[in-house]
Design a protein. Structure first.
Length: 145
């Protein structure tokens, strides 16, 4: 297979490996993959709306409601009325979510060095810049769902 033809498959394979690593090492958190991603996305993007988060996670906003209700009930999340649209809610983590975020981050910190074995800083920087450009390029594509 030519390298350019296997690019998408390699990216999916890497994502699947990371998903397995997180799933096997975060069972004590009681969170599924979508819940972990949602929590971490809110952590990285405070003030994100529920619709924006659903788009990021590629799930229906109604499907996200149960997850967010669980976060609110666990006192990990607070919702505020969006200043630009009173119907929308901005999402913010509470300090009670900090230990969960730290555990999620610790999993990456534990396994990232092994995943980067043999890759120098320049290669890693170039790779990150490249996949960010790819992400932006793909995000600009208009398509029907």
């Amino acid at each position: 297979m030519q390298p350019i033809n296997e690019l998408e498959f390699l990216i999916c394979d890497i994502s699947n490996w990371w998903r397995r690593i997180y799933s096997c090492n975060s069972q004590d958190l009681g969170l599924g993959p979508t819940e972990r991603r949602a929590l971490y996305a809110i952590h990285q993007n405070p003030g994100l709306t529920q619709v924006q988060l659903a788009e990021f996670l590629d799930i229906e906003p109604q499907g996200l409601t149960r997850i967010l209700d669980h976060f609110v009930a666990s006192n990990w999340l607070r919702k505020e009325i969006a200043p630009h649209d009173r119907r929308a809610r901005c999402l913010y983590l509470t300090p009670n979510a900090t230990p969960i975020i730290e555990k999620i981050r610790a999993i990456g910190d534990k396994f990232r060095p092994q995943s980067l074995t043999g890759i120098d800083d320049d290669e890693l920087t170039a790779f990150i810049m490249t996949i960010r450009k790819m992400k932006d390029n793909l995000a600009s594509i208009k398509f029907k769902k």
